[in-house]
Ligand binder design. Structure first.
Ligand SMILES: *Cc1c(COP(=O)(O)O)cnc(C)c1O
Length: 465
């Protein structure tokens, strides 16, 4: 608020009395216009709050705000109440699957499918027979074809998928897992805690760095229901380490009539090693190696909407489907629509061209250099020192830990990189950048090329303010 009348010693009451009333502020054209559009009650509430704060300010001995400042504050507050806090962001961090920024951006094909499904759809309706059907049939056929699994089921996310698998198949019984795979994903999601939630009892085997098949074998008893293999998706054990292969564990599980469930985390369908990255185990490989059930996320390397995907044996999928938790974890029509469109891109072998995640992974460094060069040029015309430097992008989102892709960054030297980064975050569109050694770094790998102009405009705005 701007400076107003200075409070003369002790004349607080006079200042308080001089504050405009709610009614007089409501006569302002801007507030009236907003009240007509969004309702009198909301605008009145905003004005009341602003006036309450003005009174508190005066009581602290500070100057009384001018009416204009009160009006602007009330307008700002009412508008903030009206606008959803979820806002689009330009991700200039170079982290492709940034969990805080919503992980995988969806393909335009997925967006179109969501928009169509937002109206009525045959979500749980068999159009041929004219009767009730299941929402799970929509993705199942595609997932079976893509992965070679007998059955498939969607949940709201992979954490839910694991919870469902363990609750259905191992509640009240034992689950054997290697100490090297007791993963925390982030956001406090820990495999041992999900296990406990499901009512299963955790039997840890091996040591942090080394676990052998014989460790699992020795732990199996009459109460054992399931062996759980968790892909260490966000960290890597290196050095003197050993973990059994999925194929070895599946042989053991089947010999003892147990289920082998694999939590793959990211669950790639394409081979990441074709893009200069380490090989992330694919869902298909895992099933071929004998896993009975594989769970993975829809919004990591798959490049689709947030979801958990469970693929595997038809009899087990059937049991999962009828568990009461499935109802609590079920996916909505928009997710099913986006998933169907995303999977169609894979089935047509167009995933790399159509899915943003793969486009970003596959983006050639030379193209990124050229875009960074043009961006830096644009930034210099704003009177700011900018150059193109080499850097690394990461896949992120709990996949391919330590793996990076070569990239080129626009690097800005400004008096305060922190202050500029904040103005960029608060701009429209919001931009999230990286800071390194007092420089602001922009990685265009995670910006769609058609948004380069918007990025420059956002920079211009932030540099001007
Ligand atoms: C990311 C991840 C999860 C959690 O998946 P969400 O879809 O975020 O619920 C579970 N396990 C592993 C190994 C993961 O990498």
């Amino acid at each position: 608020m701007r400076d107003g009348t200075k409070a003369p010693g002790g004349d607080e009451q006079a200042l308080l009395r001089r504050l405009p009333s709610v009614d007089s502020l409501l006569r302002d054209a801007r507030l009236r216009e907003l009240a007509e559009r969004a309702g009198q009650a909301l605008v009145t509430d905003a004005i009341r709050e602003v006036l309450d704060e003005a009174r508190a300010t005066i009581r602290r001995g500070a100057p009384a705000p001018e009416p204009e400042a009160l009006i602007l504050a009330a307008l700002g507050r009412a508008r903030a109440w009206l606008s959803p806090s979820l806002r689009p962001v330009l991700n200039a961090t170079g982290v492709i699957l940034q969990t805080n920024l919503g992980r995988a951006p969806l393909s335009s094909r997925a967006l179109a499918a969501m928009s169509q499904a937002a109206a009525y759809s045959n979500l749980e309706y068999d159009l041929d027979a004219g009767r009730r059907s299941s929402r799970y049939v929509h993705a199942e056929g595609m997932l079976r074809r893509l992965t070679g699994a007998e059955g498939a089921l969607l949940t709201n996310n992979n954490a839910g998928a694991i919870l469902l698998v363990l609750s259905t198949l191992a509640s009240g019984r034992q689950v054997v897992i290697s100490r090297g795979q007791l993963v925390e994903i982030g956001g406090g999601f820990r495999i041992p805690e999900v296990l406990r939630q499901s009512g299963a009892r955790l039997v840890e085997v091996g040591t942090t760095n080394r676990t052998y098949v014989r460790d699992y074998e020795a732990a199996i008893g009459p109460d054992t229901a399931l062996l759980l293999y968790v892909h260490t998706s966000n960290y890597r054990l290196v050095g003197f380490v050993h973990q059994p292969e999925v194929a070895e564990l599946s042989a053991l599980a089947h010999e003892r009539d147990l289920v082998l469930a694999v939590d793959l985390g990211s669950g790639a369908l394409l081979d990441t090693s074709a893009f200069g990255l380490a090989h992330e185990p694919t869902v298909q490989e895992c099933l071929r190696a004998g896993a009975d059930l594989v769970t993975f996320s829809g919004d990591k390397l798959l490049g689709g909407p947030q979801a958990g995907i469970i693929v595997g044996r038809a009899d087990l999928i059937g049991r999962l489907r009828t568990h009461p938790l499935t109802r609590a974890l079920r996916v909505d029509k928009l997710t099913i629509a986006a998933m169907g469109a995303t999977l169609a891109s894979y089935l047509e072998e167009r995933a790399i061209e159509e899915l943003p995640v793969w486009q970003m992974i596959a983006a050639p460094a030379e193209m990124l250099r050229e875009r960074a060069r043009r961006l830096a040029e644009g930034i210099r015309t704003l009177g700011v020192e900018a150059e193109v430097i080499e850097g690394r992008s990461t896949v992120g989102g709990g996949s391919l830990p330590g793996e990076t892709l070569p990239t080129f960054l626009a690097a800005l030297r400004v008096p305060s990189a922190d202050a500029l980064a904040r103005r960029l975050r608060l701009g429209d569109p919001a931009v999230v950048a990286r800071i390194e050694e007092d420089r602001l770094l922009l990685d265009l790998r995670t910006i769609p090329p058609e948004r380069d102009g918007d990025l420059l405009r956002a920079l211009e705005q932030a540099l001007r303010s």
